[in-house]
Design a protein around this ligand. Structure first.
Ligand code: NAD
Length: 466
């Protein structure tokens, strides 16, 4: 089918963008100059004043209308992200991503930040309020390009900011399509998209016009943004890379949890920040867990995202394909056991890699210590729970973690000791627009979602009297 949104944003003579599964060109993207960014900044700064002057309720009504627009174009948006990013339409895929965009817009539309009265006595009346920062720069990755952009856009707009988004160079068309849909109802200049590569991204934190940079992407780029932002003391929210551990406690009914374990790791074909990336299983249940995961991997259809039966798709790009291939080849060279998968699937297309379960993996293996960001799960055997907790906590990445057990009390005790921004019990990666999300240690700082996320897109100001 031709996608009218891709046609709408495609730029004749621009940079060709391939279908992640087939390599066919799906459209061409414009790329913006430094002068174009300056013009957007002036436009955004001017538009923000009248947007901030509206009541929070009025801004909320506009965000509800924007969500309704996303619903109207849902199939075209899902098709665009499925082609460009590669994720299947079905399962936890492109349609879910577009639904999440609506959900995050609606939820933020209804959030109202009342002044917080801190002290109210004879000598002191103090309240804390949140004002917009002005202009927000939102820099996004290629794995969940629409949903992650909405996580940044929805609260930033709700509190009264103007936003300039910078999509990943790998997924510029679907984000431009989303912005064009939102702009059918948003006032002019409040939401704009600047298109380009890392150098365009780097221009945002270095520019004094931005009061806040919201960044989701790799830890390496996050560190560069911290440096660049120092000059202007720009506020930052950094959602960086993860290498989430899961621990299966002894005595757990692993067959019951196998589907959740599998999708915790293989959601979006493993290209998810808070996916299960290393699984520690007690020796008493090790073989059973590995076998259950391999069975599901073998039974889960992989193919083009736009084929309705696919539940796993390709890697989005050659760079990520090379990372996955290198880590799996290294695991083989170390004699680790490839229970299923372990190879590319060229008959499906150039970027496909089979769903892979690697048993007898060890801490220190690059597949365990580095973020694979692909359809490969290393499973590590443990004998002593204390040792498993220490191994789960030993890396700098600390976005999410999970504990798997049918004993709720024991699961909670272990959860309290895991170093990660979110610890899930008997699931991995589930998110909710009212539940704050963010990493600790090398996975970044600042929270998104809910009231905490809304506050983070503004500046706190104290008004004090008496
Ligand atoms: P990336 O860091 O390579 O790129 C992300 C964005 O930053 C792109 O738009 C890119 O153009 C831009 N960029 C590159 N260099 C820049 C610079 N110097 N200054 C400013 N911007 C710059 O990340 P990616 O490969 O697109 O995304 C995958 C990574 O993102 C993984 O590590 C994944 O775990 C992480 N991620 C984290 C979350 C989270 O919520 N914590 C969510 C999704 C992805």
């Amino acid at each position: 089918m031709t996608n009218r949104l891709i046609e709408r944003v495609s730029h004749a003579g621009g940079r060709p963008i391939p279908d992640a599964a087939t390599g066919e060109i799906i459209g061409h993207t414009r790329e913006d100059s430094a002068a174009a960014l300056e013009a957007m900044i002036s436009r955004g700064v001017a538009a923000q004043r009248s947007w901030a002057a509206l009541s929070p309720h009025a801004r909320g009504m506009t965000l509800h209308a924007a969500a309704a627009k996303v619903a109207e174009y849902a199939e075209e948006l899902a098709d665009a992200v499925s082609r460009e990013q590669g994720k299947p339409l079905n399962g936890p895929g492109a349609r879910l991503e577009v639904e999440a965009c609506q959900r995050w817009l609606h939820t933020n539309a209804d959030l109202e930040l009342a002044p917080e009265v801190l002290v109210d006595d004879a000598e002191n009346y103090s309240e804390l309020i949140y004002r917009p920062v002005g202009l927000v720069g939102a820099i996004g990755p290629w794995n969940w390009p629409l949903m992650i952009m909405i996580w940044q856009i929805a609260p930033a707009l709700k509190i009264g900011n103007a936003v300039i988004v910078k999509p990943s160079e790998y997924t510029p068309l679907s984000v431009q399509a989303l912005v064009s849909v939102l702009n059918e109802v948003l006032p002019d200049g409040v939401l704009q998209v600047v298109v380009g590569g890392p150098e365009v991204g780097a221009a945002l934190p270095a520019h004094p016009a931005f009061g806040k940079i919201m960044f989701t992407g790799s830890t390496r780029t996050g560190k560069a943004i911290i440096k660049a932002s120092a000059q202007n003391v720009t506020r930052l929210t950094l959602e960086l890379g993860g290498n989430d551990a899961g621990i299966v406690l002894p005595g757990t009914d692993v067959r019951k949890h196998a589907e959740n374990l599998f999708w915790g790791a293989f959601i979006n074909t493993g290209q998810t920040c808070a996916a299960l990336k290393r699984l520690y299983v007690h020796e008493s249940q090790y073989d059973e867990t590995v076998a259950a995961l391999a069975e599901i991997a073998n039974a889960t259809p992989m193919g083009r995202g736009v084929d309705e039966e696919s539940l796993l798709g390709p890697l989005q790009n050659r760079m990520q394909f090379a990372v996955v291939e290198r880590l799996v080849e290294d695991a083989k060279a170390r004699g680790r056991r490839i229970v299923t998968g372990g190879d590319p699937a060229p008959e499906l297309g150039p970027n496909f890699f089979r769903a892979t379960i690697v048993a007898d993996a060890e801490d220190g293996d690059p597949l365990v210590d580095e973020e694979q960001f692909g359809p490969v799960l290393p499973v590590i055997r443990y004998a002593d729970l204390e040792d498993a907790i220490a191994r789960a906590n030993r890396l700098d990445a600390a976005l999410g973690a999970s504990v798997w057990s049918d004993d709720a009390q024991r699961a909670r005790e272990v959860a309290l000791r895991l170093e990660a921004g979110t610890v899930w019990i008997n699931k991995h990666g589930g998110i909710h627009p009212l539940v704050p999300f963010g990493g600790i240690k090398g996975s970044g700082y600042g929270l998104e979602f809910g009231f905490e996320g809304l506050k983070a897109t503004g500046v706190p100001v104290v008004i004090t009297s008496r």
